[in-house]
Design a protein around this ligand. Structure first.
Ligand SMILES: Cc1cc2nc3c(=O)[nH]c(=O)nc-3n(C[C@H](O)[C@H](O)[C@H](O)COP(=O)(O)OP(=O)(O)OC[C@H]3O[C@@H](n4cnc5c(N)ncnc54)[C@H](O)[C@@H]3O)c2cc1C
Length: 457
């Protein structure tokens, strides 16, 4: 057995873990980063990056199909699954190489292997033990299923969906959250018949109801079918298809069933509880500084309850590294973290929904304004419908920004600044939005809430 000592040992090299390692190294700490697979984790290899590459290919397919509507002659001849795969894999490979280079350049020691937490801030990898003055747990998440629903064959998770070498003709998606609607959107653009099955009353049920309803309308226009408000009961499969039965007896059949019902924390059998870490339904309990109850043990990313997003992992990793180095970064509330669902049309939001603001402050204390993208020149040009909704407290700050439409994800940063800086619409209304841009729609909403609408009543 060999013991290696570092200032910081990071267990898991995904978004949360590698961000902690990079920032800690920048702050002069010696760092060991333990990873059993590939640095970059879910986001780079099985999540954000490959799915966004697929969504881009889907967008190109849609543009080619619609080319005649803007006077361009093009013929859509289909989607080459192998070609899409090569494009996607090349992007991931490039980003992976870049990340490996960065980690090396910062002098971080990467350790390949499965790590298990022991007592006294040590992590065992095979016969080696890595001891840190501080240890950051960042083991990430896995695709969950439902009781009685076994993954295998034609019943797949997002990992197998990404690796599919065929474009399915008919596909079922269980779960109308972010991952479910993104895959539904891709497959529809690639020509598949798609049905989403969601037990709650709406698609993207964590979003403001205006966005959920808007997305449902847009999906209906795109021919994406969905069943809302009835729970899944069973799924059966044979050599050529999968059939899902809902609790009301209704059945749906497809070539594949994508199970996209959420992600669970990777914390089983890794020694966390034995080392004194408290788990709640598998998630690591931390305080707002991301400290576990055990001195010198921290946790970041998807194993910490809350939004499972890569940029939240980055932010948490950076904050933990800075705290270990004696700095005092302010904790970031979850409500200030922007969320984007990259389906067609995109859904983006930050802050609270109107429904949550009313529940917290009362209906009389909340004012909202919706601007329809039909009034926005750039949206008309690129052929998207959708909306911008801004929620403020009466005579008070902006508390929520909610967007629906092609490309609106790129606008959410402005919403985040408004929410995080507790700006009043009156503060933002005088700031100029370039014309013609989709950002003008956000500007119009701020103008309207400040009592001086320009292109609206
Ligand atoms: C299909 C899909 C699409 C997504 N799209 C987006 C998106 O567009 N935007 C966004 O913000 N988020 C997206 N996400 C979520 C994002 O990928 C996660 O929030 C992010 O990867 C979490 O980072 P993490 O560091 O907590 O965990 P992970 O990225 O899961 O990394 C954990 C790492 O730890 C390693 N590990 C685990 N246990 C051990 C062990 N015992 N020893 C050694 N190594 C170990 C794993 O191999 C892994 O590399 C998506 C996720 C999926 C599945």
């Amino acid at each position: 057995m060999t013991t290696h000592t570092f200032d910081i040992v990071v267990l898991g090299g995904g978004s949360g873990g590698y961000a902690a390692a990079l920032r800690a190294a920048e702050l002069g700490k010696s760092v060991a980063l333990i990873e059993k697979d590939k640095v970059g984790g879910t986001c780079l290899h099985r999540g954000c990056i490959p799915t966004k590459a697929l969504l881009h290919a889907a967008e190109v397919a849609e543009h080619v199909r619609d080319a005649a509507s803007v006077g361009v002659s093009a013929t859509f001849e289909g989607v080459d699954a192998a070609g899409v795969r090569t494009y996607r894999e090349n992007i991931v490979a490039k980003k992976f190489k870049g990340l490996e280079g960065l980690i090396k350049a910062r002098g971080i020691t990467t350790v390949a292997g499965l790590g298990r937490l022991d007592a006294d801030r040590s992590v065992r990898v095979g016969d080696d033990v890595y001891v840190g003055a501080d240890v950051v747990l960042a083991t990430g998440s896995y695709s969950r299923s439902l009781p009685g629903l076994e993954i295998g064959g034609r019943i797949i998770t997002s990992e197998q969906a990404l690796a599919l070498d065929v474009i399915p003709e008919r596909v079922l998606v269980l779960g109308g959250g972010v991952i479910g609607v993104e895959f539904a959107s891709v497959w529809r653009s690639f020509g598949a018949e798609v049905t989403i099955i969601e037990a709650l009353e709406h698609l993207v049920p964590n979003e403001d109801i205006a966005l959920s309803k808007g997305l449902e309308r847009a999906f209906r226009r795109r021919g994406i079918q969905y069943s809302l408000g009835t729970r899944f009961q069973t799924a059966t499969q044979d050599d050529s298809s999968v059939t899902v039965t809902l609790e009301d007896g209704k059945t749906f059949t497809g070539d594949y069933l994508l199970v996209a019902v959420g992600r669970g924390p990777v914390t089983d059998d890794l020694g966390f509880e034995e080392a004194g870490v408290t788990l709640d339904r598998g998630f690591v309990t931390v305080n707002e500084e991301l400290r576990t109850g055990v001195s010198g043990l921290w946790a970041v990313g998807d194993i910490v309850p809350g939004l499972q997003l890569a940029h939240r992992g980055f932010l948490q990793g950076i904050a933990v590294a800075e705290r270990i180095a004696g700095l005092s970064p302010a904790p970031i509330p979850e409500s200030q973290i922007p969320k984007i669902t990259y389906c067609n049309p995109e859904v983006a939001s930050v802050g609270v929904t109107e429904q949550a603001a009313v529940a917290e402050h009362g209906a009389d204390a909340v004012v909202s304004y919706e601007y329809n993208l039909a009034g926005n020149g750039k949206s008309e040009i690129i052929g998207t419908t959708g909306l911008v909704k801004v929620v403020r407290l009466k005579d008070g700050p902006v508390v929520g920004v909610h967007l629906l439409g092609d490309r609106v994800g790129e606008l959410i940063t402005e919403g985040q600044l408004a929410v995080a800086w507790e700006a009043h619409p009156e503060d933002i209304a005088p700031l100029i939005h370039a014309h013609p841009t989709q950002s003008e729609a956000l500007g119009e909403a701020f103008l309207a809430l400040a009592g001086k609408p320009l292109h609206a009543l």
